[in-house]
Design a protein around this ligand. Structure first.
Ligand SMILES: [Zn+2]
Length: 321
């Protein structure tokens, strides 16, 4: 029988998995020793983490052919025997539970992967309510979603991740960023971010229902690139003091030119939610040493839409809210 998600079971799951699963234990222990450095980029305090175990994710082949040829590592039948999980039922949808798993390749001191039990494509449409509910059910964590072309290493299996709060700078920094209000009522406020990180929208709401409705409207005005299944997005969401905080990063590109560059110009970095939340992960030491504020700024400019394009988008959202 699978246990349900609650705080006590989650604490016990961590304890049990780090006890019985050598690979996970080794990687969590290594996390205590990873090097990190601070890099200020246009007033935003980024951290850079040198994390060799993340090479698996950063260099993951996520083209359709590679995905089709591998066994999905989020499907229950393919997961290691030793990996245990907790069941999470979203609302009343008992036929479609999620499973809360310990991520064996951590970035955070507490890092979860939360796939739907059923193997179906990574799409946020129709699943954002689960993200809001999970944020409420995991009040010590920030939830994140990487779109299929925005850093998800399993684009064929819907999943969220979660990391303990207090790790990503954006949680604290977002209140300090220069912002313009797109929409406000008694429950919700939606901002366009004007400084620091380009392509960023912030939604704060004490209503789950409104968060969902506003998300739906944002989603509907976003462009979908030809041949793709959804707009390019990374999303962070956390619940604190009765408020759902959601950060949307509107992407324009999957991997920056630095990823494909030859020689010295190469930086093996495939940005996803955590990088955009302020912690750039470099699996290779050469990149950790050389990456500069200019590199981080250039990568952000390449992978997320510009401040100008965001402003045009904000006006489109304003006209329908
Ligand atoms: Zn799967």
């Amino acid at each position: 029988m699978t246990l349900q998600l609650n705080s006590q079971n989650l604490t016990e799951l961590f304890r049990e998995q780090l006890d019985s699963w050598e690979q996970a234990r080794t990687n969590y222990e290594a996390l205590d020793r990873v090097a990190s450095k601070d890099v200020l980029v246009d007033g935003f305090p980024f951290k850079v983490q040198f994390n060799p175990a993340r090479i698996v994710s950063s260099s993951a082949k996520v083209d359709a052919k590679s995905i089709q040829e591998r066994r999905c590592f989020l499907c229950k039948e393919n997961r290691p025997q030793v990996q245990k999980g907790l069941e999470y039922i979203n609302g009343s949808d008992i036929t479609n539970p999620y499973t809360v798993l310990i991520n064996p390749f951590p970035i955070f001191p507490k890092h979860l992967t939360i796939p739907l039990l059923k193997h179906q494509d990574q799409l946020i449409n129709g699943h954002f309510d689960a993200m809001l509910n999970l944020a409420e059910a995991l009040p010590e964590y920030t939830l994140f979603y990487n779109g299929p072309k925005c850093g998800a290493s399993a684009p064929d299996h819907i999943h969220f991740q979660a990391g303990n709060k207090g790790f990503m700078p954006v949680e604290k920094e977002m209140d300090k960023l220069d912002k313009e209000i797109i929409f406000r009522n008694s429950s919700s406020v939606l901002y366009e971010v004007k400084s620091g990180i380009n392509g960023m929208l912030i939604l704060k709401s004490d209503s789950k229902k409104e968060s969902l409705e506003i998300f739906g409207k944002i989603y509907n005005v976003l462009d979908v690139k030809e041949g793709e299944s959804e707009p390019m997005l990374n999303i962070l969401c956390w619940f604190a003091e009765g408020i759902w905080n959601t950060v949307f990063y509107i992407r324009s590109k999957h991997r920056p030119s630095h990823y494909f560059a030859e020689g010295d110009a190469n930086i093996l970095l495939s940005p996803a939610s955590v990088d955009l939340g302020g912690v750039f992960i470099t699996p290779l030491e050469k990149d950790f040493i050389k990456i500069s504020a200019t590199d981080i700024r250039d990568i952000l400019r390449e992978v997320c839409i510009s401040f100008e394009d965001l402003h045009i988008l904000a006006n489109r959202i304003k006209s329908i809210l």
